[in-house]
Design a protein around this ligand. Structure first.
Ligand SMILES: NC(=O)c1ccc[n+]([C@@H]2O[C@H](COP(=O)([O-])OP(=O)(O)OC[C@H]3O[C@@H](n4cnc5c(N)ncnc54)[C@H](OP(=O)(O)O)[C@@H]3O)[C@@H](O)[C@H]2O)c1
Length: 305
């Protein structure tokens, strides 16, 4: 049994991670800020992590063996309007946690993003230089650098994932399902490529990476590249909605505040070599997402806040 501290435990990744890791009989302390969790098996803590002294106090009180730092300002367009907040939370906070973790010999995992690349070529390998296009992406890259400067033993996972969240609105997949259920037609970008991973597959991959004590930067995304349009159509098909509800559109048609990288397909060979196995296929992840829906998991999550 390992003692985990998971930040962002009210967020899309952090909550799914805290629930699943707790279910695997580890001890989990989950930190949320404005939306503390209730009726959860893990120990729920409310904290504003950027407040002076908070990180050191929590690490002293809890003494975790592993920190998985998921908390962030993760809304790409919000970061454009609040660049100072994005800098504080996405760049400086991870650095502070990394310093505090290193001095206490705590393993740190920093959750980063595929968006650190400009998306001009795709199939990026970890050794290639990122070139972020937005405030979000720049501040997340700053977070990676601050963590690895302070703590070279840390693991930085560049992720892209989907799943169910406490608000029902945090992931693109939820947005598609909500729109389809309301009978609405939505736009799916045909010119934005990514490699979505179901959040439960990401949870398993992160736990395995911790067990193997992986260090440095790893791409932790799904093994298959697709456009957002194809992703939307796949979800419609799986959930029994008319795939025509997703209409082809271009990201360059406007309306988005932050610049988006067009091709965020990432190469995962470094990860699969370290794990000694392939990553779960997209269809298997989508089936898990659908099974959770059929079993009322989205409603269960909403009842936890
Ligand atoms: N969603 C994606 O597909 C995606 C893609 C690439 C990378 N990522 C990365 O994955 C990680 C998780 O993303 P997510 O989508 O799960 O984010 P999310 O749903 O927006 O959740 C963000 C979490 O951070 C917490 N938080 C923010 N500021 C905080 C502060 N000052 N003190 C304490 N907690 C704070 C929030 O707490 P409260 O809500 O309680 O205030 C919330 O729990 C992030 O690092 C993100 O950059 C996400």
């Amino acid at each position: 049994m390992t003692k985990f501290l998971i930040t962002g435990a009210s967020g899309l990744l952090g909550l799914n991670l805290a629930l699943a890791v707790d279910g695997k009989e580890h001890q989990v302390f989950g930190v949320a800020n404005t939306t503390p969790m209730r009726r959860v098996g893990f120990k729920s803590i409310q904290a504003e992590l950027t407040e002076s002294g908070t990180v050191d106090r929590l690490l002293d009180e809890i003494a975790p063996e592993v920190i998985i730092h998921c908390a962030a300002i993760a809304n790409v367009d919000d970061c454009e309007s609040k660049p100072q907040l994005a800098l504080e939370v996405n760049s400086r906070l991870p650095g502070k946690i990394a310093v505090a973790a290193a001095s206490r010999h705590i393993k740190m995992v920093q959750i980063s993003t595929d968006a650190v690349y400009d998306g001009q070529k795709g199939d990026y390998q970890e050794r290639e230089l990122p070139d972020p296009l937005s405030v979000y992406a720049r501040t997340k890259l700053g977070g990676e650098q601050a963590v690895l400067d302070a703590n070279p033993q840390a693991l930085v996972a560049r992720v892209n994932f989907y799943g169910w969240s406490v608000t029902g609105t945090r992931s693109l997949a939820e947005w598609f399902v909500n729109a389809f259920a309301a009978g609405q037609t939505v736009k799916g970008f045909t010119d934005v490529q990514f490699c979505p991973m179901m959040v439960l597959d990401l949870v398993d991959t992160l736990l395995e990476a911790v067990r193997l004590d992986l260090k440095g930067i790893y791409h932790m995304v799904g093994p298959q590249k697709m456009s957002k349009f194809e992703f939307g159509r796949a979800i419609a098909g799986k959930f029994g909605f008319d795939p025509e509800l997703v209409q082809p559109a271009s990201v360059f048609d406007g309306g988005l505040k932050a610049a988006r990288s067009p091709n965020l397909s990432l190469n995962t060979e470094k990860l699969t070599t370290a794990l000694h196995h392939e990553l779960p296929l997209f269809d298997a992840g989508l089936q898990k997402f659908y099974d959770q829906y059929r079993h009322g998991f989205p409603q269960l999550l909403k009842s936890l806040s």
